[in-house]
Design a protein around this ligand. Structure first.
Ligand SMILES: [Zn+2]
Length: 136
């Protein structure tokens, strides 16, 4: 897509600090660096979000993410590491080209994820599971 910043990164039209590249994926340093070693892994072909990914793209992106995570662990030795991925503005997506964050984590690093559990009854869980199973 002509106006997509990640497509421009993939096309090398704008600079990036690239850490890994293969036929389907590109991994590069996040400009914001929430913590040192914060890498983004994107599919090369434009896909706005997880719903638009081909299965082969999804597999390639996570293969790259796992490889990058091991390299980040070895390079920065963080006590934790999060893999974060958002779809749609309410989820926090700001660049609408599929990517995930490989984010080294430290105690007190300021990164927050509120996890407001609802603990529904088992019957509700079965209802939810059935709705999803019917669409797989
Ligand atoms: Zn794009």
């Amino acid at each position: 897509m002509a106006d997509c910043v990640f497509c421009k990164l993939v096309a090398k039209q704008i600079p990036a600090s690239i850490v890994y590249e293969d036929e389907a994926t590109l991994a590069f340093m996040d400009l914001g660096q929430v913590n040192p070693g914060h890498v983004l892994v994107a599919c090369k072909a434009h896909a706005a979000n997880v719903y638009a990914l081909e299965d082969t793209q999804a597999a390639a992106v996570f293969r790259t993410a796992a490889r990058v995570a091991r390299a980040v662990r070895d390079a920065f030795d963080p006590p934790g590491l999060s893999i974060y991925q958002a779809n749609g503005a309410p989820a926090g997506q700001t660049v609408f080209h599929f990517h995930l964050h490989v984010l080294p984590r430290h105690d007190g690093d300021g990164m927050q994820l509120v996890w407001p559990v609802k603990n529904p009854p088992r019957e509700r869980l079965e209802e939810y599971a059935g709705r999803i199973r019917a669409r797989l």
